[in-house]
Design a protein around this ligand. Structure first.
Ligand SMILES: *[C@@H]1O[C@H](CO)[C@@H](O)[C@H](O)[C@H]1NC(C)=O
Ligand SMILES: *[C@@H]1O[C@H](CO)[C@@H](O)[C@H](O)[C@H]1NC(C)=O
Length: 187
């Protein structure tokens, strides 16, 4: 038992990948627990930097995981109701600096876009796109973790808090993992 716990702790530690640290991104709480279940929520809270594939894998074996209400491909299943205190207000054309913290590199692609939370579809074109991101064959370029986006005019769809997020999305075919963070906002 003891060695299992140690192995699990090591796997979690070595699995750190990335999250948005600025502006404040969604985190897990009781609303997530209600739809994603105890295990999935615990896993996310113990490693906020982890991938969504791991969350769906865990969820698949859990009775309290509702795959319809807990869509891990949208903000990792993190819910607006746990994040009402962290809603940004953006204006059309506003330049928003984004800070990402990457704990482990995995060569992939990344983008940031505005996503409609009701449909999990991009409203805008990508606001920034990295055809090569966090490559393991180079040092991490500065712009992978610090860059600006310019907000498009999405005031028609994003006037109400919870309807839209700015979503940072990073997919690594090498590691077969996807990482994401969502910033709630209104316009
Ligand atoms: C951009 O990110 C979205 C998820 O937010 C993803 O569905 C889409 O495939 C990505 N597009 C590109 C070109 O990377
Ligand atoms: C990031 O910086 C690299 C140079 O280090 C440049 O080639 C690349 O185009 C930049 N990417 C973006 C999305 O600005």
């Amino acid at each position: 038992m003891r060695s299992n716990i140690l192995t699990l702790a090591f796997a979690t530690l070595s699995a750190g990948h990335g999250i948005v640290t600025k502006p404040t991104a969604r985190s897990a709480g009781d609303a997530m627990k209600a739809v994603c279940g105890q295990q999935v929520t615990n896993n996310l809270q113990s490693n906020e930097y982890g991938d969504i594939e791991q969350l769906s894998q865990i969820g698949a074996s859990q009775k309290d995981f509702d795959p319809t209400a807990c869509d891990v491909s949208l903000c990792k299943g993190q819910q607006f109701n746990d994040n009402v205190a962290n809603v940004q207000t953006f204006t059309p054309g506003q330049v928003v600096p984004i800070t990402v913290d990457i704990q482990a590199k995995h060569t992939g692609i990344a983008n940031v876009s505005v996503v409609d939370t009701a449909t999990n579809k991009m409203i805008s074109d990508a606001l920034i796109y990295f055809p090569v991101y966090a490559s393991t064959s180079t040092d991490l370029p500065k712009n992978n973790t610090q860059f600006d986006i310019t907000m498009p005019d999405v005031s028609g769809q994003c006037g109400t808090a919870g309807n839209c997020v700015v979503q940072w999305w990073w997919n690594s075919p090498d590691s077969k993992q996807t990482y994401m963070s969502c910033v709630d906002f209104t316009m």
